[in-house]
Write a protein that binds this ligand. Sequence first.
Ligand SMILES: [Zn+2]
Length: 328
Amino acid sequence: MDISSVLQGGYQHPLSRSWQARRTLTKGMLMYPIFITDDPDAYVDIPSLPGQARWGVNRLEGFLGPLVKKGLKSVILFGVPMLCQKDGSGTPADDPKGPVILAIQTLRLLFPTLYIACDVCLCEYTSHGHCGVLHEDGTINSEPSAARIAEVALAYAKAGAHCVAPSDMMDGRIKAIKRALIDAGYGNKCTLMSYSAKFASALYGPFRDAAGSAPSFGDRKCYQLPPTAKGLARRAITRDIAEGADIIMVKPALPYLDVISDAAELAPDHPLACYQVSGEYAMVVAGARAGVYDLRTMAFETTESMIRAGCTLILSYFTPQFLDWLDE
Ligand SMILES: [Zn+2]
């Protein structure tokens, strides 16, 4: 056999197999998505998102304490208001007594080393369930939408969030948020992570169950990207870098590994995040339950594919399990 034909000598041992990775999954690369509701004592299982729940602020110590002990480094908070009065501009989003702001303050006190990111959107708080402010005809009104999103992001930064992460996909919101943070003295205190390439995916179903955030009319296709839109995703990533994003995100992850790879090329000097969304997580769990594969093996394979594509940060519902698996 020719010398140039032989590769197996390079990866015949478990250790030399591990050296084939450019980057290896660590606990610090995982950010755990948490649903916070406005009943402070709530603990409500989400059937379509196995193992995940909606939590009240009073439950956070018991829920997250053991995970922090195991090495949980960061969470991202999603507000799930059930009791508030929703309106056209999402007024309850930055209510100082709302679940997200109370949770930020509580977590900062309970776990001083935990990194706290906050999803920023209006859809959980608007009467129409859309992610921005609307014209009378029901279309998106871009400038007031970006301005309102920026107000909400600033309120979370002031409450103590280490990172604000707008998921609304409104035009101009990265620039508006960055400007608001800088003008209020938070430019050097709060990271801005942009959901830059967020696709209109069929994989968000369990999340909508969890967050109760389905729009009351229409859909989100006028602001979320078409799944076929490789070029548009590249333009969105390039725009958000220019507008001041500190971290770029691609969402969902597994069907969009090529976009993650593009983002790594377009933003080589930025941290790159992806969100293994609710439906991806549920799909991996369902396949394991159906006997198609071993859960742990598939959780590693899917997550490591995202790292291979270029991610340095993964938002994952598997985070609690990985905290155990990565110790073994
Ligand atoms: Zn939204």
